[in-house]
Design a protein around this ligand. Sequence first.
Ligand code: LLP
Length: 434
Amino acid sequence: MKKAKITLQRKRLNNEQIGCYFSDEDNYLRNMSTVLSKEQLRGIANEYGTPVYVYHAEKITGQYQKLQQAFRQTNTRFFYACKALTNINILRHIHSLGCHIDCSSINEVHLALRAGFEKENILYTSNGIAFSEIEEAVSLGVNVNIDSLSNLEKFGKKYGHSYPAGIRLRPNIMAGGHLKISTGHEKSKFGIPIEQLDKILALVDQYHLHICGLHVHTGSEIKDVAVFMQVADIFFDLVPYFKELQFLDLGGGFKVPYHEQETGTDMPLLGQKLAEVIQKLKDTYHRDFQAWFEPGKYLVSECGYFITEVTVLKQSSSTTFAGVNSGFNHLIRPMFYEAYHRIENISNPNAPKQPYTVTGNICETDTFATDRLINQIREGDLLVFYNAGAYGFEMGSNYNSRFKPAQVLVKDGRAQLIGRRDVFEDLLRNQVEP
Ligand code: LLP
């Protein structure tokens, strides 16, 4: 068997590489091409109550078009990482754009099928799953990426060369906006460690595996195009070992600007660099590859607004607490990843700004923002959290026996309920009283 020689690349990103700054807030707002106005958001809150998630279909469309434009020079397929937001109406909208879908559980695969995605346009990128889920994915005819030697061996024994599969690799690259969303480093559970290439190749030989793709997802909120290029370099070295490769899957993780002073990943630059890599592969190996991407946040983060109502103001010596009718049961990103979400008081937008600590109503420390400058807040005012489309509702729970919020989709200028607020019976739905 060939001896694999792969240069392991490691990189730690510093703050400058992660964030590049706009000069002012106006510039930031101008760059958000499709936004819902405060008036529209107030109208939706009045009609549907709060807390409520609002999604804007045209913003998703715009993001998808930006992807297509950025990667127009290459044969690229986009698979929406639906774990970010799985409401079936969102899935159907994304399907209508011609985008494909990436799933992280067999239930997401079933949702994708229900939403109308064709099996060949569904990708199941598994991690840590029982082999039975892979068997089910195969029986449904979808694409699969396998992320452990153990499942690769079982796959080989059962399917041999008969069913093509991709291999998810762990490249040992540190990248991403927060350690908890960094998935490619050498302590990460995701993917087969690249230093085990010999073992992968042994299984490929032994079972005549049909390896049609290589996959790497280094994490979420990757600002630096160089990280994707590091992955491309790894693929470049690996290509000769896999004779039947058709696609190189660089995962998701494009950064979107959450903060007024951030920019996202430079997509045109990434598109240009990718085109160069694909050309170099062609020149070197005389082989042509499709590039696959799995964007989640990029497609749905900025389309989402989370509207809450201020229930109580509490003055203390060091700060003013603005308590809202929500908590980490509805939007956990600030507490879990120290994530920043822009917050605006849409009920009093012209009042002078003051520092507020915005907290939830859960019996835990659920602080959304500390000493944030917000237009003067009164009890009953509506506070909007921006960029709440990805991993917002989706990571919600019924903790403290609170209801999950309603979800509304604005499309073609019309707001429609796409997820009703829980009612009391929902809390008991799966409970058994013998
Ligand atoms: N592909 C794979 C294999 C993934 O694991 C993920 C995200 C994606 C694609 C999409 O990544 P995105 O484009 O959305 O960054 N809950 C966290 C993010 C966790 C992402 C998990 N995997 C957050 O709210 O920041």
